[in-house]
Design a protein around this ligand. Structure first.
Ligand code: NAP
Length: 358
């Protein structure tokens, strides 16, 4: 028996209770979650709006949680060098049998038959302990960053999205004459944790970085954003930039996306990242299509990330965590106990990332 936060996917609900999940002794590593992150996906599962979520076969519940940092409490010798006492981040997606899954790119799964811990058919990490294979674990080397390492999972999505950008921006000469992207504009729609991590990565690429939302931000978020060197604007008020070279959407709102697609520069790239199946539609007319075609604008979806993106994410989190203007620890805006299930139902004011301490 183990204490766990569970839902019944896809209909929803949330309970913190003692459940029976037999120990999987064939796995070589026993893990104790230290912190788990809460995101829109968890809330969607709890309120029953995530129609693609489903329980682990054989169970009438699903343990929630796909963002975690854990301590290894028992490990047998393994080829990955994962040892008892190590801090690790477990990967979320587990491969199916398609060609992408077989080469470690289950983030690009071709037939949808992968599983995602805490989301689709596999128990997640919000429980007192679980067993896993060491090949599914990414070691946190910097022990001063254990709490912040809970951001590895959301950050790996950003690493993958920039890999997608790297691929697409090679269609034409996207860089400046001096080989950099300096002076080019990157706009990020939305102001949640993914958006903040996007701003930091966009600075690594030397973009001028802007963030927008349909309302202004509270003082605390604004001051964090300012420290990253980014500019915020409320787009219902005024739009202070002229053209966009890289547009990243974390809102999933079609009307907002197309408002800004109409401001893209030639050879611009739009990355669709936010998901909101309940957002209302928007009108796209022939002029919009002509605009996109005539400027070689590319719109591309990006989901999840591979194990290598977890390593990249940890490297960047460590770098950002030790930089002078570090805001990494400020992205964690609240730490809660597993008993406080209310946190899944109502987003706290000013939340960037809420986490649960186990
Ligand atoms: P989040 O905290 O819910 O962020 C969503 C942001 O979008 C919020 O700041 C929200 O503003 C903003 N927003 C909503 N409607 C908007 C609009 N019309 N105009 C401007 N901003 C708007 O979630 P997150 O954890 O950062 O994740 C961002 C999105 O990515 C979510 O949709 C999530 O499901 C998705 N996601 C995708 C992947 C992937 O691999 N593609 C992975 C993880 C998450 P308010 O807070 O003010 O409402």
């Amino acid at each position: 028996m183990v204490n766990a936060l569970t839902t019944n996917a896809p209909s929803g609900g949330i309970e913190f209770h003692n459940v029976l999940i037999p120990d999987q002794k064939d796995f070589e590593v026993k893990l104790k979650p230290l912190y788990t992150g809460i995101c829109g996906t968890d809330r969607g599962e709890v309120n029953g709006s995530l129609s693609f979520a489903y329980n682990q076969p054989g169970y009438n519940f699903l343990v929630l949680g796909h963002e975690a940092v854990c301590q290894v409490i028992d490990a047998t010798e393994n080829e990955y060098g994962i040892k008892t006492g190590d801090y690790v981040v477990p990967v979320v997606r587990r491969p199916g049998n398609c060609v992408n899954c077989r080469i470690g790119r289950e983030d690009n799964c071709s037939d949808g038959k992968k599983n995602e811990a805490g989301i689709t058919g596999l128990h997640g990490f919000m429980r007192d302990y679980f067993f896993d294979s060491p090949g599914n674990l990414v070691k946190v080397n910097d022990r001063s960053m254990v709490r912040e390492a809970v951001l590895t999972e959301p950050a790996k999505n950003v690493m993958k999205a920039f890999e997608v950008f790297d691929t697409i921006s090679k269609r034409s000469i996207y860089q400046n004459e001096d080989s950099t992207f300096a002076g080019k504009n990157c706009l990020i729609i939305g102001s949640g944790s993914e958006a903040f991590i996007y701003t930091m990565m966009a600075h690594e690429y030397m973009f001028n970085v802007y963030m927008t939302n349909r309302h202004t931000l509270g003082e605390s978020k604004l001051s964090i954003l300012e420290k990253t060197g980014s500019i915020f604007f409320d787009y219902t008020d005024n739009v202070p930039l002229k053209g966009i070279d890289l547009l990243i959407d974390t809102s999933g709102d079609p009307a907002t996306i197309f408002k800004f697609v109409r401001m893209m520069n030639n050879n611009g790239v739009t990355i669709l990242f936010g998901t909101n199946g309940k957002a209302p539609g928007t009108q796209v007319n022939g002029e919009d299509i002509d605009y996109i075609i005539e400027r070689n604008i590319c719109m591309v979806g990006s989901v999840d990330g591979a194990k290598k993106h977890y390593f990249d994410a940890l490297r960047y989190l460590e770098k950002w965590g030790h930089s002078q203007n570090s805001v990494i620890n400020k992205l964690i805006t609240g730490t809660y106990s597993p008993e406080n299930t209310e946190i899944f139902l109502t987003k706290p004011e000013g939340e960037i990332k809420s986490i649960i301490k186990w």
